[in-house]
Ligand binder design. Structure first.
Ligand SMILES: Cc1ncc(COP(=O)(O)O)c(C=O)c1O
Length: 320
């Protein structure tokens, strides 16, 4: 890639190290605490993060799982969705949304997205509804929230279960209500590149339903009964959030809002690009590159109803 000169510059696609070195002492302290505690799987560090994440999202429960794909699969399985069922997902998303539906045994049915926001709408979802449809997964892509009021109304009127895939939208909101608090269950990834990223794989499901929360917890822990650890009541899997990731996420969570604020996109292209805080290493390179591309338009939409957190800065080419 050539940026502002004829000398080719090697641009790393992503540089994750700065995300951890922003909080060197907190991160090292929690790592020491975990190693001393011997509490590697489950335990107080995981419970602490789950409670804080549920509170952050405005939900009653958060269940830590191994990654965001498992979060979606376990939410679906927890809701009893599987063979013979269809689940509507947007065409424009990361593959994990549809992959998780297939892994749960159901069929992902793709609906188109809105031309302006590139997000799913009730209208596009209604177009692929069949008698076998049981749920719809709203994906808040690139930190941009879907119109959750409209999708809630659609789900209520059609009797579908509404699930959020909020893997790319930690801290975004619709009508001042955070993503992660809409629908029957909301799924998060804490993959290291995410706005709240772990030092490895991690995920969570948030819900207000105590029955669903305990079912997801049991499914991700080999189907183990909550009350009797020697009983395995359903076919589960191993998808637990480990203590080290939970503790790192707890250390980073208080800084999430400031980090999201700092990641804002310049309001116009005349603004100096490089005097703004950079949330992810790669954004610096992206901004330098995009500055020189006048025929690109921001994909992100604006509006008072949405709190859009600028996770990624996708652009659409207008000419040619
Ligand atoms: C929209 C979306 N859904 C689901 C996932 C899956 O998360 P994970 O990689 O933690 O399994 C991702 C990850 O990038 C994602 O972007």
């Amino acid at each position: 890639m050539v940026v502002g000169s004829s000398v080719p510059t090697a641009v790393p696609l992503i540089d994750l190290a700065p995300a951890m070195s922003e909080l060197p002492e907190e991160i090292l302290d929690v790592c020491r605490d975990i190693l001393r505690s011997g509490d590697f799987i489950g335990g107080s560090f995981v419970e602490h993060f789950e409670a804080n994440w549920a509170a952050y999202c405005g939900r009653r429960y958060a269940v830590g799982v191994a990654n965001g794909t498992d979060a979606i699969e376990l939410a679906l399985r927890g809701l009893g969705i599987g063979r013979g069922d269809e689940v509507i997902v947007p065409t424009n998303t990361f593959i994990a949304t549809a992959e998780a539906v297939s892994r749960a045994g159901a069929v992902p049915v793709f609906c188109d997205v809105d031309d302006a926001t590139l997000l799913m709408t009730p209208r596009s979802a209604a177009g692929v509804l069949t008698p076998r449809t049981v749920a719809v997964i709203a994906v808040h892509l690139y930190g941009q929230p879907c119109d959750m009021e409209a999708l809630t109304a659609f789900a209520n009127s059609t009797g579908l279960m509404l699930i959020e895939d909020a893997a790319q939208a930690h801290g975004a909101s619709w009508q001042a209500r955070k993503v992660g608090s809409w629908g029957v269950a909301s799924c998060f990834s804490f993959y290291p590149t995410k706005n709240l990223g772990a030092a490895g794989d991690a995920g969570a499901v948030t819900t207000d339903d105590p029955w669903l929360a305990s079912r997801i917890r049991a499914l991700g822990n080999h189907g183990r009964s909550i009350s009797d650890g020697n009983r395995h009541e359903m076919l589960g899997c191993n998808s637990r959030l480990d203590a080290l990731q939970a503790a790192i996420l707890s250390a980073k969570l208080p800084h999430l809002a400031a980090k999201n604020d700092a990641a804002g996109y310049p309001r116009n292209r005349e603004q100096p690009w490089l005097d703004r805080p950079i949330s992810e290493g790669s954004q610096l390179h992206r901004r330098k590159f995009l500055r020189d591309q006048p025929d690109l338009e921001q994909v992100h939409s604006r509006g008072r109803e949405r709190r859009h957190l600028w996770r990624l800065h996708p652009e659409r080419k207008l000419s040619g």
